[in-house]
Write a protein that binds this ligand. Structure first.
Ligand code: ARG
Length: 254
């Protein structure tokens, strides 16, 4: 995609209108356009006017390896895979879990981070486990794996009478938890820790959901870029650069 066009795009809808479905993102070989949803600290969040975070640092290292310039577009999480398929962005790097459903529409790189879902409740909440979520209202981010898991529990009857409230951003779900509009929030582990650390009346409960693997989404037909990204990831891991950015954003295991 040409630089000046990319700079002009303000919203996803404008982008879709302007570019159609012609795979424009890959046209300029020197620019790698990363789509993300910058409300997911510490993977991506806004600092001042900039999108920063672990995923941004990782994508910059990848772009360096490919000798490309990284450009970032912040968009709604549930529009990212479509934007990859339509060529509006080259890659989605958004703490995105590699799932079978998403693999139907995009390619995924090798995994770069393991995660799982957590339940956040207030300190004085009566909710102590997943079973206690029955009959409660539960906030999730629209289209995330947290949304999928809890929605399937509600559908198959594991969770009776739960009301699932879907937010565009995890932070909005947390805001509604703080003002008692929802009783619990389901969100990925590291963002959960981040949100809870910023408040003094929230706590995390372990959710018994399966382990997830974050990966970079790439257009399904673009095996060349998928291979390039996997090689870049491997060399970033081998060179110690991955550990450097890991240590910048996360407490080490020991
Ligand atoms: N890992 C979850 C998923 O893939 C949540 C990701 C949300 N990411 C974000 N940048 N808001 O569905």
């Amino acid at each position: 995609m040409k630089k000046f066009i990319a700079g002009l795009f303000l919203s996803t809808s404008l982008l879709i209108a302007a570019t159609g479905c012609s795979g424009e993102a890959s046209q300029n070989e020197n620019i790698l356009i990363m789509g993300t949803n910058a409300a997911f600290p510490p993977f991506e969040y806004i600092q001042g006017t900039e999108v920063v975070g672990f995923d941004v640092d990782l994508a910059k290292l990848i772009a360096d390896q490919l000798d490309m310039e990284l450009q970032i577009m912040d968009m709604e999480f549930n529009t990212l895979t479509g934007a990859v398929s339509n060529g509006i962005i080259d890659i989605a790097v958004a703490g995105m879990t590699n799932t079978p459903e998403r693999r139907e529409s995009v390619n995924f790189s090798d995994g770069y981070f393991s995660s799982k879902q957590m339940i956040i409740v207030k300190n004085d909440s009566s909710i102590e486990s997943t079973e206690d979520l029955a009959g409660q209202s539960i906030g999730v981010q629209l289209g995330t794996t947290g949304d999928q898991f809890i929605s399937s529990f509600a559908k198959d009857g594991t969770l009776q009478n739960a009301e699932i409230i879907r937010f565009d951003k995890g932070a909005l779900a947390i805001a509604d938890l703080l003002n008692d509009t929802v009783d619990a929030v389901i969100i990925d582990e590291e963002p959960a820790k981040n949100f809870v650390a910023a408040q003094d009346n929230l706590q995390i409960l372990e959710a018994p959901f399966i382990e997830e693997e974050y990966a970079i989404a790439i257009a399904k037909d673009n095996t060349e870029l998928t291979d390039q990204i996997n090689s870049a990831l491997a060399s970033i891991k081998a060179s110690g650069q991955y550990d450097e950015i890991f240590n910048k954003y996360f407490e080490s295991a020991e």
